[in-house]
Design a protein around this ligand. Structure first.
Ligand SMILES: [Zn+2]
Length: 430
């Protein structure tokens, strides 16, 4: 593991200096917020301009050209000297949840620029163009729909999306115009026809890497998920005078489902099942609950396994309801398929981490990411950086500097190995 290639990219001193620069950039961008004393940056909010100015200045120092596309994605490009070279996209998102931490999204964008800097002169010699992406919208805070930024690259921003309104009644299209952007240029936001792939570095937002003692991990897939509203309808009645056999207790039926979901998910590897919301009516201590509405969230990296689990849970709810004379109805709210990450790009990430002497576990992403959208158009891969205490979507979100440096080392080596494989492919086809 110590047979360091000659690549200038992988100079240790340079990488620890760059790590400090990455962390300083995350600190600086955390000050660009719509609220004082916290970080909040919804889609196309005014402080986005300062974020763009900061990153554009960095891009200019790296010899990149920067534009903001029709939906507000920041895009900095470094051309390849090779004619008709494909484009490799690197990035993450610049919007945040309310009262966010400093690293969710931003870290991956900043690391995109840092990787171009890490490759130094080699970056201008690569057989692919690099485009660093700072997506304008991933979290879905302003419009209740996620991934507006990456949807523009894969061509799935449509009129229905553009006509959605925020709580102030501002449509997506008006927010875009108000920011000084032109929807007529939407087609120009699409990814290049010959896209080599998309690579995103993101904090894990969970405790798995910390538990494994790993700095970074290779994402195998982004989970698929089902979200439903469940309705149990029984009959409210007097808690003292209604004998147990004659009750139609909706909450007792729902409770069996909740416990069953936990039991099933604990026993099935890779399955997550959650009832996060429940409302019982009429909601009095001395009344048998007649009506219950609750949520059900089921996730798995394998779509078939998720469907089997969901069917099992709905059958359980049906059984427990009918045993109590309670009617049961399930209302689907959202279904998203699992998205496996590109096998060749994953293999290169493992190779890069191995060469850097790092452990490189594979893990599933339980949260959604832009990579799942980009995967619809090109090979996509993700590297997770350990989240201390698994904390995210919280102002105390942290990263360890040595983990950020590990991500830089793996990322830089990945880009070099990818260049080798592109050159080998070009020679083979010549
Ligand atoms: Zn994120």
């Amino acid at each position: 593991m110590n047979d360091q290639p000659q690549e200038a990219a992988l100079q240790r001193d340079g990488l620890s200096r760059l790590t400090a620069e990455v962390l300083a950039a995350c600190d600086a961008l955390a000050c660009q917020s719509e609220v004082e004393g916290g970080i909040s940056r919804p889609f196309l909010c005014p402080t986005t301009r300062q974020v763009h100015a900061f990153l554009s200045a960095w891009a200019t120092r790296l010899g990149m050209t920067t534009r903001v596309d029709a939906v507000g994605n920041l895009r900095s490009r470094l051309e390849s000297p090779v004619p008709n070279a494909p484009t490799l996209y690197l990035g993450s998102h610049l919007d945040t949840v309310p009262n966010a931490g400093k690293y969710d999204g931003v870290l991956g964008v900043v690391l995109g620029y840092a990787l171009v800097e890490a490759l130094a002169d080699q970056a201008a010699e690569l057989p692919y163009a690099i485009e660093v992406l700072g997506f304008s919208e991933e979290e879905g805070v302003r419009y209740g729909v996620s991934f507006i930024g990456s949807r523009a690259l894969v061509g799935t921003v449509d009129d229905a999306l553009l006509d959605l309104t925020d709580p102030e009644g501002v449509r997506v299209r008006d927010a875009i115009g108000g920011f000084g952007l032109d929807l007529a240029e939407l087609a120009g936001a699409e990814a290049a026809p010959n896209s080599l792939g998309y690579f995103e570095i993101h904090i894990e937002q969970g405790p798995v890497l910390q538990d494994l003692g790993a700095e970074v991990g290779v994402v195998s897939a982004i989970v698929g998920q089902d979200r439903l509203s469940l309705h149990f309808t029984g009959r409210a009645s007097h808690a003292g005078t209604t004998p147990m056999p004659l009750r139609r207790d909706a909450l007792a039926a729902a409770a069996r489902l909740i416990v069953g979901a936990e039991d099933l998910a604990r026993a099935a590897p890779g399955l997550a099942a959650t009832v996060g919301m429940i409302e019982a009516r009429p909601g009095a201590g001395n009344v048998v609950p007649g009506e219950v509405t609750c949520s059900l969230d089921v996730r798995h990296a394998d779509d078939a396994a998720r469907r089997v689990a969901l069917d099992e849970l709905l059958a359980l709810a049906e059984r427990e309801a009918s045993a109590r004379g309670v009617e049961f109805r399930a209302e689907p709210r959202m279904t998203e398929r699992a998205v496996p990450m590109s096998a060749p790009l994953r293999a290169l990430l493992h190779q890069a981490a191995e060469e850097e002497g790092l452990v490189h576990p594979e893990l599933v992403s339980g949260a959604g990411h832009d990579a799942q959208i980009m995967a619809g158009r090109m090979p996509a891969a993700m590297l997770f950086v350990r989240s201390p205490n698994g904390l995210s979507h919280h102002p105390d979100e942290q990263v360890n500097p040595q983990d950020v440096e590990a991500a830089l080392r793996v990322g830089a080596r990945f880009l070099v190995r990818l260049a080798e494989s592109v050159r080998a492919g070009a020679e083979a086809s010549a």
